[in-house]
Design a protein around this ligand. Sequence first.
Ligand SMILES: Nc1ncnc2c1ncn2[C@@H]1O[C@H](COP(=O)(O)OP(=O)(O)OP(=O)(O)O)[C@@H](O)[C@H]1O
Length: 610
Amino acid sequence: MLLEYATTLTFIALGAIFAYSFYAVLIAGQLSLGQAGFASLAAFSAASLAPSGTDVGELPALLIAVGIGMGVGALAAVVLGLPTMHLRGVFLAIATLGFAEAVRVVLLNQEWTGGAQGLAVPRILDVGTAWIVLALVAYWFWRMGPSRYGRALEAIREDELAARSMGIDVGRHRLSAFITAGAVAGLYGVLFAYYVRLIAPNDFDFTAAVEGLVTAVVGGSTMFLGPLLGSGFQTMIPEIQRAVGVEAGWIRPFLASLLLLVVILFLPGGLASLIPRRTRLPAGLQEDEDGGRPSHLAARRHPAAGETVVSLTGLGKEYGGVHAVRDVDLEVHGGEVVGLIGPNGAGKTTLVNMISGLVPPSSGSATVLGVPVGRTPVHRVAAAGVSRTFQHSKLFNRLSALENVLVGAHLVSRPTFLRRLLWLPSARRDEQAALAQAARCLRRVGLADLAGSRASALSYGDQRRLEIARALASEPSLLILDEPAAGMNRVEAARLSDLIRSLAADGLTILFIEHNVGMVLETCTRVVVLNFGEVIASGSPDAIAADPAVIEAYLGTADDEPASGSIAEGTLPDPTGGGADAAGSGAVINVDPGAAGTLEPPETTPRNAT
Ligand SMILES: Nc1ncnc2c1ncn2[C@@H]1O[C@H](COP(=O)(O)OP(=O)(O)OP(=O)(O)O)[C@@H](O)[C@H]1O
């Protein structure tokens, strides 16, 4: 019975292994078509270099061939990956496709490959071995998924900028995913060669690459079983045709294309997304008491009170002719809660983007926690102890709230993937510590009940709190919050104010932008006011509330329309001078009478990308 279907079963296994080489990069959000080239180089190298089965025995010959093939595939991926890893989306697909086509044409014109005639290879692979290898590959990706490395790849796929800000070295992770893809494609090439008996460069052409990609996409790139489901489905179509007596050759590609269309339109996560994804919640997650910092996490030394955390000298940023920030001198010290306020377009977000390393300054210098920002990659600034939230939530939408916060703990948790492969108890201990840390942060912002919910399914206010929990998980020394209360109601904003004060009491230094001036005055130890990119005032909340320059920036000069309101009470008019219409032009400030320390429901305004 099994033998009757041996060929079909072997091709399901081979197709799935090839699809895993696409899955390896799709999981990190990369679209590559170079796998056909890796497989082809691996197949011909192994077939030419590996000893024959008659000399060393069939299994050793196959193992040596697999070793050569995976090595060649991985090496080719390094060579191709180094110059192309900065490319995104379709550009990476085109570059890698170009590589695969170049490999095909070169191999087609070589004598040692047999050219278009191909190269004879002994059949050593059988169905059992093919499935054992597939099981090993699937095991690799299964164990990788919930590891620190696997979660980092998923985070990169969901939002690369946010992943960088969590301390993930995106370039290194993308390259390692690409090398894995090369090795797995090489493995496929060798197994294919040692099964089909005759390989030709045209077996690894554009159609083969697209078929591998389609199999991975149809199966699903968010769950390790996806490639297997995709390959099973694709390979079974002709078998089903045969069983029902319809032999037309066009049916398989037609159904495969139709399925691809259906998956892309209605099932973006592929067939695997039909399998419910469970997020394991750590024991005690729902408990109210705060269990303290898990001892397995890497420790971080926070600056003492009064120590310089941020030092900006003559910092400026110019976009074309627009001076978003000009000549800012600012020091922030350990334990301070500094509020950054100013009218729309004053340069607040640009300033914090420079402090967190996202935007390089055009002039001046900035040192944050001892790191010179501007010359330091974002993930290194994060590693120095800077953590942030964004003006527009940048959550990992397809991950659960808990998984989002686990990614936030990337910097303080230990790598677990290789130890997970071996089921070492220490990996489990480290995972438990990371889970406990994530649970602690979720509890701190009041989201423990929603730990298993997808980030995208949360309310706007909860998403903002989740971003704060994610930022806290790395145990930062400097926490930067960009409009954290946007979208929160009054009660939530008041709770947020309490949270910020309690974080400061724990020794965190906090810098936050907020349009709710009342809340800023109530929460901060110092307020810095920006207008037209320049610092126009800096001082205690009381001093700022009475500062004539600040009042002028918000209320306008004597020549302007008279406007009523008080900074101290947080009852300021819109500084852009707009009414309801001005919302469309970016106006937002809490103008609710008597709303000191509170916020109105969200006013939607056009914002920067970050
Ligand atoms: N990437 C960019 N390219 C060009 N101009 C930019 C860019 N980012 C910001 N600017 C400009 O720089 C100025 C300051 O913008 P920024 O977003 O920093 O102000 P903001 O005080 O944060 O405003 P808001 O309160 O509306 O968020 C604005 O004039 C804006 O148009």
